[in-house]
Design a binder for this molecule. Sequence first.
Ligand code: MV4
Length: 608
Amino acid sequence: MFSKVLVANRGEIAVRIVRALEELGVASVAVYSELDRDAPHVRRASEAYNLSDGPAAENYLSVEKILDVAARAGAEAIHPGYGFLAENAPFAKACEDAGVVFIGPPASAIEAMGSKTRARELMQAAGVPIVPGTVEPVATVADAMKIAKREIGFPVAVKAAGGGGGKGFRVALSEEDLEGAFEGSSREGEKFFSDPTVYLERYLHDPRHVEVQILADRLGNVIHLGERDCSIQRRHQKVIEESPAPEWVVDPQMRERIGEIGVNAAKAVNYVGAGTIEGLFSTHAGDQSEPEYFFLEMNTRVQVEHCVTEMTTGIDIVKEGIRAAAGEELSYAQTDVELRGHAIECRINAEDASKNFAPAPGKIGAYREPTGPGVRVDSGVQAGGEVSPMYDPMVAKLIVWDADREQATKRMLRALQEFEIEGLKTLIPFHQALLASEQWVKGETCRDLLEDKKWLKTLAFDAPAPVPAEAEDEAEKVEQTYAVEISGKRFDVRVVGPPFAGGGGGGGAASNGAAPAPKRTQRKSSGGGGGADVLPSPLQGNMWKVLVKQGDKVQEGQLLCIIEAMKMENEITAHKAGTIAELPIVEGEPIQAGAPIATITSAAESEG
Ligand code: MV4
C-alpha cells in the first residue's frame, strides 16, 4: 500500500477520499485554491498545499502545479476524484511519466472511452450491445440523411464523438430537423471537445438511465456491484439516484445480464479501479415487447453516486479503487457480492428549483446534517462556509438505506426534514415534493415533472426563507453582490470597492486575494426592478460573441454576449430590462471578472 497520496480535488469527494486513506493508514495531501483555504478537505488532510495563482477553478486543473506538489510532498499516488483531472488521459500519462501512480485506469482506457465512436467500435467487437446506429463517424449531413432514412429511421439521435453526459446531444424527430441537429451537435463537439465528429443512434423513446458499478484490479479480476437507476435528470445532470433500480424495472435476470455487459466492457479496455458503464434501458422501444439494455458510455472514474452502491453492497468502492491502484487483489469475488435493501441519494444543490434551478450560491449560516439509522451524508461544507459561484453548486449528498424502496423513500423524507441549511436556497424542497409524488412512488422516469414549470414553481412556497448569513451594519467600503445569469443559471457576483456608479473599472472579484477585508455585504437584487445599472462580468474569459449594440432596448433575461472560459460557453443575459447605455466589450478580447459588460438604464415603466 502507498504511504502518502495526493488528493487532486475539493469538496465532498476530496473529503470522501481522505476518509478512505485514513482508514487504509495512508497519509493524505490536500491541495487547495485560496477560496478553499478553510474548507473541510483541507482541514482533514494530513498536509495541504496552496495552488493559488490563477482563477479559482483552474488551480485544481493545473497538471504542472499538482505534479510539483506531489514531488515536494513525496506522494506516491494521486487520486483525481471526479471532475477536474479525472478522465483526463494526458494527466494520467503525465503521472505515469513522473513516476506517480494515477489512481484510476490506464491512460489508454480513458482515451478509448473518451471517444464515443471508438468506444462503440470496441464495445461492438467485444459483443457488448450498443444503441443501434453508426459506429463510424458520419461526415456530412447528406450521409446522415441517407443512413437515417435507410438504416435507422426517425427519430434519430445525433451525438458528438467527443461528447458524453449529454453535451453535443441533439434529436431529429424527422428529416426536416436533421440538418439543424447535425450542425448543432457538430458545433458543440468542436467547441467543448475540439472535435466536430458526430455519429447517429436510433432515438429511444423515454428510456431509463441504468448504469452498473465496476471494480477491476491489475491482476485481471473484474466484478460488478449491481446497477443504479439515475433516470431523474435535469439538463443531463442527475438529481436523484437509487440502487437497485425499482424491482419492476430490472429483475434478477436482467441484473445479471447488465452486470455481465459491464464486466465485458471493462475487460475490453483493460480497466483498473472503480468505473461505471452507463446504459439506456429501453422498456418500450416501438413494437418490441422485450426490454433491452444498451451500452451508452463508460465513466472512467469514481462517480458522485457511488455511495448508493456502497450502501447496498457494503463494499467501500473508494478503498477498493485505491487498493487496485496499489497492485492489490480485489477484496471480493463476484460471488461475494450480495445486494441488500434499497438506497437512494439526493443531491443537495444550492439551486432554486422554482427559478429554473438557478444556482443560489452564498454563505452558509446554521448547518445541521441529518443522522439516525440508515442515513449517510457526504459533504464538503461547514457552518459559516461558503458555496462559491466558482464551483459546482452541490452542497452535500444525502444518502439513505432501508429494507426496500418504499421504506427508503420514507426514510429519505424524514432525513430531508432534519437537514438544516440556513442562508442558501437548496433543492431540499424539490426533493421532498418529488419523493412524495405518485410518479416517484410508481418508479416512473419523472421526466414530465422535471419539465413542469407550474409544478416546480409551487415548490418555493414550502422553502424555509433563507436567513441572511450575517447582520449588516453601516458600510464604509461596500462589497456589492449582483445577480447575473449565465447560461440560464443565476450567479451572485461580488465586487469589492467603491459602489458602481456606472462605467468605472470595477475592481474584480479577485480569487487569489491577500488579506480578506472586513466583509459587509450589500445585497442588490436583480429582477423586480431597481437594481444597479452596471452588469459586471461574473467570470474571467474571452468575449466570444456580442449580440447587442449600444442603444438597443433589451428585456430582462435577453442574451447579451457569450464569454468563453475554461472551454465553456457562458451566456450572459441582461440583469434588467432597459436601454444599453454603455457597452464596453469587444468580441475576441479578454475580459476580467467584475469588469463591466454593459450599463443598462431602466425603461422608465414605459413598456407594459
Ligand atoms: C439518448 C436518449 C434516447 N435515445 N440516446 C444522453 C446523455 C444522457 N444524459 C441522456 N442521454 C440520452 N441519450 C438515444 N439514442 C435519451 C437520453 C436522455 C435520457 C436518458 C435516460 C434518462 C434521462 C434522460 C434525459 C434526457 C435524455
